[in-house]
Design a protein around this ligand. Structure first.
Ligand code: URP
Ligand code: ZN
Ligand code: ZN
Length: 462
């Protein structure tokens, strides 16, 4: 059992409030919040004077075990969960991505086995629907009963995870019936495929052609497509990793006409731009993900949409591949570069440095988009996503004075490069606890490697 923990005199920041208080944690929960609280015998006391106390951050879109594009993502739960924690993230939601011919239940058990007993932070999953037939449907119903309250569909990745329109329709119908939200990767896969063939035929083979192969209109079409299906089925949908104004505008237009939709962006889109994919010596491959990193002008649009809360969440889409041996598989053919950027460790500090410290978003918005909204949308609130009595004692004591530099030589993610190498950061998660257990101190992982548990979620989207 966790001994009591008293975090004294920090500035507690939630999605709505800001005040100085002590926070007492007992038996994994927050039990009291107030001024001048007495420490119970044997309590661990942390002085948070001059520090912020945030709810544990939640990353609602990560890939850790991922067989993809002829290889496997590099992280394990051992590496990714520690990286998440030192970055301030206490809960991750991973995408289960079965192959089209895999059985959903077997995939669920496989992904779960990769996490259980290995994760230092709490975790749950979005169940990928990569085929829809009677057998899959029966298994999906069972998986929802086991505590998974969200699906994931891909409108992209022809021949891999992508489903067709009939399957999309039935997935949304089932989700509506079960009260499950459907997260979706929105790009028109036919357009992507045709453009890839044309670019390669014209000798345009480098990583800088990844973006032109899937321009903003391809993503916007995918979003519009999903919204039409959501409108006709009444299902709740969540658009993952929106990268550009056009995609967000199509989601907003649907929301305006009553479609129940939520929008996610991911940290790479907020801080990187398409010029990174033009780096010489194939280094641009480090910045290949889908949808692609866009022209710089999209960044301010996305930041503004986060500020106005049109975009609900900022996730990572952490998908870690090495540069050597993995990204290099696409030398001479950009369509073979494994898609993804490692960032589970960097999301919160980059959001703080480039969002809060620049004045683009305030502290409450920071907490809302990086923690509270994910908890609300995915059935974890108020257990997660808030600092309140009765919530899990997932807390981050944040040092706003800290100054540091991101580097692959010091990060805990299991990749040989960082997309943010040498970037300065302001602030860091100094102490991080998961259900009252201290997992990070002085910014270092000091905790129990298998502390994390799978979070069971009830459907809430009726
Ligand atoms: O490039 C990306 N996004 N890789 C991970 C798979 C996905 O589409 O989310
Ligand atoms: Zn995706
Ligand atoms: Zn993803």
């Amino acid at each position: 059992m966790a001994s009591a923990l008293l975090i004294r005199n920090g500035q507690v920041i939630t999605a709505t409030d800001r005040y100085v208080a002590d926070v007492l944690c007992e038996d994994q929960l927050i039990t009291r919040i107030g001024k001048g609280l007495d420490a119970p015998p044997n309590a661990t006391v942390i002085n948070a004077t001059g520090k912020y106390v945030f709810p544990g951050f939640i990353d609602p879109h990560v890939h850790i075990y991922l067989p993809f594009m002829g290889t496997y993502a590099k992280d394990t739960y051992e590496s990714a969960s520690r990286a998440a924690l030192v970055g301030g993230t206490t809960t991750v939601i991973e995408m289960i991505c079965p192959g089209r011919h895999d059985q959903p239940l077997a995939a669920f058990e496989l992904w779960r086995s990769k996490a259980e007993g290995r994760s230092a932070c709490d975790f749950t999953f979005h169940m990928g629907v990569t085929r829809y037939d009677e057998q899959a449907e029966a298994q999906l119903r069972q998986i929802v009963k086991s505590g998974i309250a969200s699906f994931k569909v891909f409108l992209a990745y022809k021949g891999a995870f992508g489903i067709d329109d009939t399957e999309l329709y039935h997935t949304l119908r089932l989700a509506k019936e079960l009260g499950v939200i459907v997260t979706a990767h929105c790009e028109n896969e036919t357009l992507v495929f045709q453009r890839q063939r044309e670019l390669l035929a014209a000798g345009r083979t480098g990583p800088e052609y990844h973006e032109p192969s899937r321009p903003t209109s391809v993503e916007a079409e995918g979003v519009h497509h999903l919204m039409t299906f959501a409108e006709l089925t009444g299902a709740d949908v969540y658009v993952v990793h929106t990268s550009c104004r056009e995609a967000v505008c199509n989601a907003r237009a649907a929301m305006d006409r009553g479609v129940r939709a939520w929008i996610e962006t991911v940290i790479p889109y907020l801080v990187l731009d398409s010029s990174y994919a033009e780096k010489p010596d194939f280094e641009g491959a480090k910045y290949v993900m889908s949808p692609p990193i866009r022209e710089k002008r999209h960044q301010e649009y996305l930041w503004n949409a986060v500020r106005t809360r049109l975009i609900s969440t900022v996730a990572t889409d952490h998908a870690p591949f090495d540069f050597r041996g993995q990204k290099e598989m696409g030398r001479g053919d950009f369509t073979k570069i494994p898609n993804g950027i490692p960032s589970i460790e960097n999301r919160v500090t980059l959001l703080y440095t480039h969002g809060v410290m620049t004045g683009r978003i305030d502290l409450n918005t920071f907490v809302d988009c990086a923690s509270t909204q994910a908890a609300r949308i995915f059935g974890l609130f108020p257990r997660k996503g808030s600092v309140q009595v009765g919530s899990d004692a997932d807390l981050v004591v944040w040092d706003p004075q800290y100054r540091g530099t991101i580097s692959a030589s010091t990060h805990l993610m299991n990749t040989d490069y960082s997309a943010f190498e040498g970037w300065p950061i302001m602030g860091r998660a100094e102490v991080v606890c998961v259900r009252g257990y201290i997992q990070v101190r002085d910014g270092k992982f000091v905790g129990e490697p298998a502390r994390g548990v799978m979070l069971k979620r009830e459907p809430t989207h009726f």
